[in-house]
Design a protein around this ligand. Sequence first.
Ligand SMILES: [Zn+2]
Ligand SMILES: [Zn+2]
Length: 467
Amino acid sequence: MDTLTLPTFCAKTRCESRQFIKTRVGYWLAARNGGLGKGFGVSVREGEQRLMSDGVTPLRGSGLRSSGLPSSKPALKDPKDLNQLIRKIARQLEPELIEFRRDLHAHPEPSREEIRTTANVYERLQQAGLEPRLLDGTGLICDLGTKAGPRTAIRADIDALPLVDTCERAWQSTNEGWTHGCGHDVHTTVILGTGLVLRELENQGIEVPRTRLIFQPAEEVFPGGSLTVMAQGGLNGISRIASLHCEPKLEVGKIATRVGPITSATDEVEVTLVSTGGHTSRPHLTGDVVFALGEVITQVPSVLGRRLDPRSGVNLTWGMVHAGEARNAIPAEGMVAGTLRCLDVRAWERAGHMLDEAITQVVTPYSVDVTLRHVRGVPPVENDLAVTNDLMDAARAVVYPENVEPTEQSLGGEDFAWYLTKVPGAMIRLGTRAPGAPLGDLHQGALDVDEDAIEIGVRVFTKFIMG
Ligand SMILES: [Zn+2]
Ligand SMILES: [Zn+2]
């Protein structure tokens, strides 16, 4: 029962997709040349006003909002001049981007329900004169750049987590029980900001390499939204792809990455045992599912640890177990569920068969029926050498070489890995820890970020694209 569940591609037209969003949030898309008008969910500007009334620093205005047609200014010759121009534009945009991120943080949305987030990114890209394309469901992609050559994609994930926001900021979540506890509000803002800087470079007459911005839904669930993006042609014509993840353990101003695997394979495992149930005085007359569950919980991780190469870092950890209601009754059913993580992609491929075999053998003596639900989640993110080097070069140019650090492979999973099964790419870790702040972690309701990281991320990705 080693299943890989792929999402079915819904062949709706773009118009139907837009209609879908209209139905859900009651906004309408204005004519292509008219931009977005009234009823557009909660617009960025309305969000800003609300945040401002909550005591947040008002938007200072970037002056770039109404960027028009490209001017006829000549291209810059000296790369140093280009770096300075990127820095200048990014700095001008920074206040707006911080407000944009705070607005996203105040309105986190569940995986595949990122309707408002999609709408706000769409609106801002359109205001900049770009032509984003809504994906069926949620999420969007946007092509820009005209310089001949291969097209590079940069990807943000846009969904939030079912956690209570305890950041205690003015921009705390208004969607109770949901928060951007994985920093995807920052990712979305960095990739949006990169698109806006690239567009502004074009406006100033500088040729920009062909680029695709990907705002991907549903990173936090299986199957991940990267498969949805790929099923809708999101990687068509793309030669390499890059992404980022917030790193709350790394101080702001630092970037970390590595060549090779940077995250791990992550699967969901659920084992259900069924028998007739009975009296605890007569366990020999039934299948004792509680005892058998205990064997599964302790023996199966041991079997995997002996049958798979220890260097593969295989780790089966249970997070949930349920069985029984009375101390003197053997229940008829019990279940245990957890995650299977693996550092090595080859061991990951073998682990499915191994798991099935190990569970069957462990419960065989106890006369219980067993069902295994093993959902293959994501393979490890395997950072490509050339793309990683280009990202590190860009990072060194922005934060200076001493602030670009090697990092370890984490046991966390990232569905960015699926893109890398098709095109070379790499992911960086963006330091978001405020100087002197306590060590935080991802997937925590209290996750807070130093917003200086946004402008840094924008400059790194812009530099990466511009070369
Ligand atoms: Zn996450
Ligand atoms: Zn994440």
